[in-house]
Design a protein around this ligand. Sequence first.
Ligand code: NAD
Ligand code: TYD
Length: 355
Amino acid sequence: MKRLLVTGGCGFIGSNFVRLALQQLPDCRLVNLDKLTYAGNHENLKDIANDPRYRFVKGDITDGTLLEKLFAEEQIDTVIHFAAESHVDRSITGPAEFIQTNIVGTFTLLEAARKYWLADNKDSSQCRFLHVSTDEVYGSLGDTGYFTEETPYDPRSPYSSSKASSDHLVNAYFHTYGLPILMTNCSNNYGPYHFPEKLIPLILNNALNGKDLPVYGDGKNVRDWLYVVDHCEAILTVVLNGTIGETYNVGGNNEKQNIEIVTTICDLLDQKVGLLPDGEARRTLIRYVTDRPGHDRRYAIDASKIKKELGWSPAVTFEEGILKTVDWYLDNPEWISAVLDGSYQNYYEEMYGNR
Ligand code: NAD
Ligand code: TYD
């Protein structure tokens, strides 16, 4: 029986992961530690909130005392570390929180795992600490080439620098203390429960409501889009079968320019819900706006290591994934309106009271 501590399980990827882990690991115990920042929404997990194998703890990964208590109380043997500040634009306007959560928080979590797993000659052979990171640590590509696990780190934004820093700490805990770590660096995710500040859900929501669609710069920056459930499957594969100390790149094999993403969403919505009230196509809402400072041009992952060594490859094509995503947002208007009007932040109190 695995005893998992998932950090950031109320965010976009974390909530998709918690659901999948409970489905695929019938004997597990799963503790979700989440601070519920603006990006954390416990409503994302309302379908599993009463599962007897699941426990939610509202708390901060920078709180070492709480972490030590949780490791001991729950006899944690597996950590899946998602909790982070994750939005590049926010890291440009307010980097402090990124340093605190992504660097200090990861350090505090590593310390708690080290103290609990490696103290008193305990047997840590079944323990795993999986750190979820990003391809943005590798910097920006030109028109050709791919990021491999050997690509030197070259982060450009406060977000990617803070993730790079946390990656180095995680590797250091393996080499220095023998902490049983694993690391995944993945490309841009998309799918259900994605907070509408990131490109795909923001464009979807704006296009649905006839609002302007902001495209940064010339719209030709490239991202490699990975369907979130495929990513969660990859994480489970790595935590169950990966080699301790190794990093695995996870990508969708779906390179697209931003403008292609935006026009695809516009056209799909035109087909599914009809044209705008004035009879115009949604593409007319596209507005080219001032570029993001330090905007990385292209990300593309070479995911051959995880395919060759662990047999994982993405199952969902972009065409399938974007359809599923558009349908999910159309089917869940109350989720998006609660996020937009802020009422999603009351869900925790309604569910758990004031504890
Ligand atoms: P998210 O912003 O949707 O969710 C982050 C979660 O972490 C939220 O629930 C938030 O409340 C929680 N959190 C933040 N600070 C915390 C703290 N101090 N203590 C406890 N909980 C805290 O993020 P996401 O998109 O789900 O990303 C999850 C992880 O995957 C992050 O580490 C991110 O860097 C990485 N990643 C994301 C993508 C992507 O495309 N979204 C791509 C590559 C890597
Ligand atoms: P984003 O979803 O913020 O992810 P990341 O910056 O981590 O890759 O942005 C994806 C791409 O879309 C990126 O090239 C920036 C661009 N973008 C826009 O053009 N307009 C927007 O409103 C947003 C949020 C992003």
